[in-house]
Write a protein of this length. Structure first.
Length: 303
């Protein structure tokens, strides 16, 4: 136990050094014309060093916000929630695009007997079989799920399975929220990210990389590095850009991780400032119907 504590403290102390090294040496991990830089990017993208840089930044901001100005934490909350809302509101339009494209496919296939659709943006022709466009609808659905998850969280759209939450006091609710972030939300999404990160890269390049590979081994593998983006579809003429789904999984993990931090800070600040701060700076969309908004609040557990 003592060794583990010393290991954690050592990594926290080294976190500023690792951050400065990354900031002042971008070419060593961002120059993707160099295979070794790509391998460093892959390795550090799911490394202990990155985790403790994020964790130390979280600790520093929390301490500064509590000991100096709470507006620092409120600024972080507003920024992260604003990012979640912006990304979600844009990605939500994929739902409309999905419906319109499905209607177009049905008309072209059943009425006009068209075999393919060709687009020519900026003079560049892009033609694909109707089955390709039909399978591509899965991508729009994945975009809504992966990119709107934190937007839905901010809006209170997730259904809460409530056993006792609604019956407890205001302060107890905030403690439960903080405990849930630290014990359930952050560990679960961190583990998911670690798997998703290397899963994504195995479908973008060769040789295959794993979570157990150390940096020296990956730098040796850089000698035979080449891009090998997955373009295999489930059917002969079907959608063949399934690597985009792997990228969306990673984006989902990053957004959820960041919002878990924002939700922890919001719960902490609302606990310290009392009931009058509940929903402070919260940017939620208005449904426009009072009865529907009350029903939505009941199902989401926000009332």
């Amino acid at each position: 136990m003592v060794d583990f504590i010393l290991w954690v403290l050592q990594n926290i102390v080294l976190a500023p050094y690792h951050l400065l090294m990354a900031v002042f040496n971008p070419g060593s991990w961002l120059n993707w014309a160099n295979p070794e830089a790509v391998m460093r990017f892959i390795y550090y993208g799911a490394s202990v060093e990155l985790f403790f840089v994020v964790f130390t930044t979280f600790l520093v901001l929390t301490v500064l916000g509590l000991a100096w100005k709470r507006e620092i934490l409120w600024g972080c909350v507003r920024g992260l929630e604003g990012m979640a809302n912006t990304i979600g509101r844009i990605a939500a339009w994929a739902g409309l695009l999905m419906v319109l494209q499905q209607v177009m496919i049905v008309f072209l296939q059943r009425i006009f007997r068209v075999a393919e659709i060709e687009l020519g943006p900026l003079g560049t022709a892009f033609a694909q079989d109707l089955s390709w466009w039909a399978e591509e609808l899965k991508l729009y659905n994945a975009m809504v799920v992966a990119l709107c998850v934190t937007y839905t969280f901010v809006q209170g759209g997730h259904v809460r399975v409530d056993l006792f939450y609604s019956k407890v006091k205001y302060g107890t609710k905030r403690v439960i929220d903080m405990f849930g972030c630290m014990v359930f939300m952050l560990p679960a999404i961190t583990i998911t990210y670690l798997y998703a990160w290397f899963f994504m890269w195995r479908h973008l390049m060769t040789p295959a990389v794993t979570a157990t590979s150390d940096l020296d081994r990956m730098l040796m593998q850089a000698r035979i590095f080449r891009w090998n983006v997955e373009t295999i579809g489930f059917s002969p003429n079907g959608f063949n850009a399934y690597f985009l789904f792997k990228i969306l999984i990673v984006a989902f993990c990053v957004l959820t991780f960041l919002h878990a931090l924002a939700f922890f800070w919001r719960s902490l600040l609302e606990l310290l400032e009392g009931e009058e701060s509940e929903g402070k700076y919260l940017d939620r969309d208005s449904i426009g119907n009072e009865s529907e908004e009350i029903e939505h609040a009941i199902h989401s557990g926000s009332t």
